[in-house]
Design a binder for this molecule. Structure first.
Ligand code: GRF
Length: 203
């Protein structure tokens, strides 16, 4: 199963996916890592492992659609079966989302539908939530609003800070993403008109 991984930052989820492939837990290959930032730490992780990388700087394009079309053109050369958003910090246009409908997956650091968007750990702490975590979902045109695939919850501790909480959420992210991608690799997970299907049953 061919993955395209899109990043903007440090790429710890990318690293976790690479480790899962190396250890045989994930039967897939990373065909390409694409970043909108040339300084994304994840690019060097990929390059060290001999994985193809592409940088497309969104600031060089006149519109979101022009940038997204350039990404589509680039990514399609690698024929990805799943396009994996792993800390990719650009909002995707309908053009992009429709092109990869049913193939586009995101991880988000909250228990969706709570806390779409940014600063999720601070918002969970401020709200006094007893539980927090991460979610993986198919991407639709609604930001952080697509159909849920899996969540990993954890208890918020009395002395948690944004730092301590985000670290524990990230540990869950690094476990959960390879699991979900293995379902894709086994062709057990898809999105169709009935919603998210796991082993052809509605999730
Ligand atoms: C993760 O917390 C992910 O949930 C969010 O962006 C962060 C990416 O971290 N969408 P990394 O680049 O994988 O370390």
């Amino acid at each position: 199963h061919r993955l395209a991984v899109l990043i903007s930052g440090s790429g710890t989820n990318l690293q976790a996916i690479m480790a899962a492939i190396d250890s045989g837990r994930l039967d897939a290959q990373i065909a390409v890592v694409l970043s909108n930032r040339a300084d994304a730490g994840g690019l060097s992780r990929a390059q060290h492992a001999g994985i193809a990388t592409e940088v497309l700087d969104h600031r060089q394009y006149d519109s979101r659609e022009a940038f997204d079309q350039a990404m589509i053109t680039t990514l399609d050369r690698y024929q990805p079966g799943t396009v994996v958003l792993a800390g990719f910090m650009r909002i995707l246009s309908a053009l992009f989302v429709r092109h990869y409908a049913g193939q586009l997956i995101n991880i988000h650091p909250s228990l969706l539908p709570k806390y779409r968007g940014l600063h999720t750990h601070a918002r969970a702490l401020e709200a006094g939530d007893q539980q927090h975590g991460c979610s993986i979902h198919f991407v639709t045109e609604e930001l952080d609003g697509g159909p849920l695939i899996a969540q990993a919850p954890l208890d918020v501790l009395a002395n948690d800070t944004v730092d301590s909480l985000s670290k524990r959420v990230q540990q869950r992210e690094h476990l959960l993403y390879p699991l979900v991608l293995q379902w894709r690799a086994e062709q057990r997970l898809e999105l169709n008109q009935n919603g998210v299907m796991l082993d052809a049953k509605p999730l």
